[in-house]
Design a protein around this ligand. Structure first.
Ligand code: 4G3
Length: 245
């Protein structure tokens, strides 16, 4: 996958992309991330990337021309018009979830634009942006951190980036429920022992306990997920047990 990142603050990406999963994904050539400084495509000597809004009001609006030039610079050579999926990170976008990450992990080319100030000239958005995405209902100073969140969520789903059997099938949300709790050595910590069942060696009982704990967490923290988790008869029995407890 190729990812072009259009930003006014390219330095914000240097360190986060050099560690852990994203570093390995790039080393293995499973992902190529190209950072484009929008300011390099401004047309005037002051390198103006933003301007005041027509109609008045506070804040600044990102200008369309530098964005279009920056977008053009990242298109594959000889493939004008084949730009992949162009995404704008903005608090007014659709909220991303694991399904969004799975869908985007199947794309060959993503272009992610990091908005700033009060927004982006709507003519650019209408003509060049395929989807506006948000990482949640809060406002940040820029789209850079949201872009990194999206890239991390998407890249770990690209085949070969994370050892398949490992994490992904055990992820929270993979089965529609939150994760069950995990424990590691020592067996006793500050007087608290690990749940006895985890030492039993009885894999059926362990699986049942984990399922019940996942249902418990989901019931307590995210009850709205239960409706679409595709619960089986056995799950409903576990839920009834939990409600009685
Ligand atoms: C306003 C994304 C602010 C308009 C961006 C961009 C939060 C998110 C910004 C705009 C952001 C988010 C930059 N803040 N919740 N700030 O994903 O286009």
């Amino acid at each position: 996958m190729k990812i072009d990142l259009l930003t006014l603050f390219p330095e914000m990406f240097v360190s986060p992309l050099q560690f852990s999963l994203l570093k390995k994904a790039q080393e293995k050539k499973l992902v190529e991330i190209n950072i484009v400084n929008i300011r390099d495509f401004t047309l005037d000597k002051h390198k103006t990337a933003d301007d005041s809004p027509f109609g008045g009001g506070s804040g600044m609006v990102m200008k369309a021309e530098p964005l279009i030039m920056a977008l053009g610079s990242s298109l594959p050579a000889g493939k004008a018009g084949v730009k992949g999926q162009v995404i704008l990170m903005t608090p007014s976008g659709k909220k991303i979830d694991q399904e969004t990450a799975k869908r985007l992990a199947r794309e060959k080319h993503l272009t992610i634009i990091c908005g700033h100030y009060e927004g982006v000239d709507q003519r650019f958005v209408d003509k060049y942006v395929d989807e506006e995405l948000s990482i949640g209902d809060y406002v940040l100073t820029g789209g850079e951190l949201p872009a990194l969140v999206l890239i991390d969520a998407v890249c770990r789903l690209i085949p070969g980036v994370v050892k398949e059997a490992d994490s992904i099938v055990n992820d929270s949300f993979y089965n529609g429920l939150l994760d069950y709790p995990s424990y590691t050595r020592p067996e006793e910590f500050e007087g608290i022992k690990i749940p006895e069942v985890l030492k039993s060696g009885n894999h059926r009982e362990i699986a049942r306990w984990r399922r019940k704990e996942a249902l418990k967490r989901t019931l307590l923290n995210r009850p709205e997920l239960l409706a679409s988790a595709g619960l089986k008869e056995e799950d409903k029995k576990l839920l009834e047990e939990l409600i009685l407890e």
